[in-house]
Design a protein around this ligand. Structure first.
Ligand code: SF4
Length: 235
């Protein structure tokens, strides 16, 4: 894709969602790490409901390992995969205490070695908590990037991330990540993207295909013989 087209996409999405930001409530790097870990296969809204009380009760890694695993499980039971996640949190907290003085490390390659922390989580933490530019590819970012041909349909998540990093100026990585999430969450939705009113329709392969299919469907409905009318006409 040409640089001018990428610029057009970034500016348009930027105009639609200028204030896009991380929607997971947190007040420090540790809370953000816990929140992102909890958010796997779960909505940010549910995570925020749970962390409202969770972050009141548990302030430090030591707090999380001071309770039995079952108690932590109960505290996060409204979240999918809560048993696994509770285990990951306690293991992660033990490692933070033993190896990092109770702090979340800033290095990406150290973060990804922590239990429950994958590449996406590490990218969210380094960019939001430590101000290091990164593009975390979640389901929204992946879908939007592929629909707009910023990445190929068959690209892996890592390939999507690499293509976005190449196409988008480094200083815009973090903001672009947030804006693509907002664009995917509120406009270019998985099941019902708002192509008819999309300012990017002219450059979007998926939107053009969908609009064409919609016109063909409409034509078919219009040309379908109305049996009731036919019967009336025949007397
Ligand atoms: S035209 Fe449709 S598929 Fe393409 S970006 Fe816009 S909403 Fe998404």
């Amino acid at each position: 894709m040409k640089a001018a087209e990428v610029r057009h996409i970034l500016d348009t999405i930027g105009g639609m969602f200028p204030d896009a930001h991380c929607e997971l409530n947190h007040s420090n790097a540790f809370e953000l790490t816990i929140a992102v870990l909890l958010s796997a296969q779960c909505t940010d809204a549910t995570v925020n409901k749970v962390t409202e009380d969770l972050f009141q009760k548990y302030k430090t890694p030591a707090d999380y390992i001071s309770v039995p695993l079952e108690e932590l499980e109960q505290d996060i039971r409204r979240i999918g995969l809560f048993r696994n996640k509770a285990k990951h949190i306690q293991n992660l907290c033990s490692i933070l205490i033993e190896q990092y003085g109770g702090e979340v490390p800033q290095a990406h390659d150290e973060l990804v070695t922590l239990p429950g922390v994958g590449r996406k989580t590490a990218n969210v933490v380094v960019s939001n908590a430590f101000g290091i530019p990164a593009i975390a590819v979640d389901t929204h970012v992946e879908r939007v990037a592929k629909r707009l041909a910023l990445a190929g349909w068959k690209d892996s998540v890592l390939e999507v991330e690499k293509k976005l990093m190449k196409a988008v100026p480094r200083e815009e990585w973090t903001l672009t990540h947030h804006r693509l999430i907002f664009f995917g969450r509120y406009h270019c939705k998985a099941q019902s993207p708002m192509c008819q009113v999309c300012p990017l329709l002219d450059v979007c392969r998926e939107g053009k295909k969908r609009m064409k299919t919609a016109v063909i469907r409409k034509d078919k409905v219009h040309t379908k013989p109305n049996k009731e009318l036919e019967k009336k006409r025949m007397g």
